[in-house]
Design a protein around this ligand. Structure first.
Ligand SMILES: [Mg+2]
Length: 281
């Protein structure tokens, strides 16, 4: 396998519950596959709901120099140069910028909508709500393209529901979306994790001077990964904590294990197949 030339493949991956173990956040079980990808110089692009400082920490730990995507596709970070020289890092915001979002939220608050966002909270407050340490809460508050918020505009009675609907419509009128997460509502522009698939197909076609786009492998375990997986050439579904995603794509591979162990075995067998096909083709 090592005698084969490097083939144009890129990997986009979710982190929590996919490359990172759901319980201890370890990537150890995926070491063999990560090492093989590095040997073939295949980029491993993190595509996550985490913020930039959170992702940078993990990239340092794993010595990962690839581009990365934060805040559910809201912020794409990439470089133009080679990794050997000092690359210039750029940020693309396919949806809306954080300052634009805060500006709209400021106006909507004046209109009477009642909510409390990360920008209104201290690190200590975010830590208390999320269970993160104060340092990690500080990282989680460094945002580029999405704002998590607690809705305070009413209870779950009819009037409460209609007021969140009203809020959603007001955001839509400004080109923003409201997504319901586990703990928070998330305000963001018109981007999702699939935005990065198209972006990097184009980016690497140009950068590697290809006639056709590179092969995209994507791995994920959650509902917010579905669009990314469906936009890829080889979607790898990692079994999730609350069920396994079903996709309409004949190339779909469902990993045999959860988390990094499943990531490892799925990547190893897929790479073996793709490298063999390329070498014999
Ligand atoms: Mg996940």
């Amino acid at each position: 396998m090592t005698q084969c030339p490097t083939v144009p493949i890129i990997v986009l991956t979710d982190l929590d519950g996919t490359l990172l173990d759901h319980h201890d956040y370890s990537t150890t079980a995926a070491t063999e596959a990560l090492t093989l990808l590095k040997r073939h110089q295949i980029p491993v692009i993190f595509n996550t709901s985490k913020t930039q400082p959170e992702v940078l920490q993990l990239r340092r730990t794993l010595a990962n120099t690839s581009p990365y995507v934060c805040e559910n596709g809201g912020a794409i970070y990439y470089s133009t140069g080679d990794t050997d020289s000092e690359p210039e890092w750029l940020c693309e915001l396919p949806g809306a910028s954080y300052s634009d979002i805060l500006h709209v939220l400021h106006d909507l608050r004046k209109d009477g909508f009642n909510f409390r966002g990360f920008n209104d909270m201290t690190d200590t407050e975010v830590a208390a709500i999320t269970g993160l340490s104060t340092d990690d809460a500080h990282f989680a508050r460094q945002r580029a393209a999405t704002e998590p918020l607690l809705w305070r505009g009413g209870d779950n009675s009819e009037s409460g529901d209609s007021s969140i609907e009203h809020f959603r419509q007001a955001l839509n009128a400004h080109g923003l979306r409201l997504l319901k997460g586990g703990r928070f509502y998330h305000v963001m522009g018109d981007a999702d994790k699939a935005s990065a698939v198209d972006f990097f197909r184009h980016h690497y076609t140009q950068r590697w001077l290809l006639d056709t786009p590179p092969i995209v492998i994507a791995l994920g375990d959650g509902e917010n990964d579905k669009a990314m997986l469906e936009a890829s050439d080889y979607p790898v579904v990692i079994p999730g904590e609350s069920g396994t995603l079903e996709l309409n794509n004949t190339n779909t591979i469902t990993a045999d294990f959860k988390g990094p162990k499943g990531w490892n075995s799925a990547i190893l067998s897929l790479l073996e197949k793709l490298l063999k096909e390329t070498c014999s083709g």
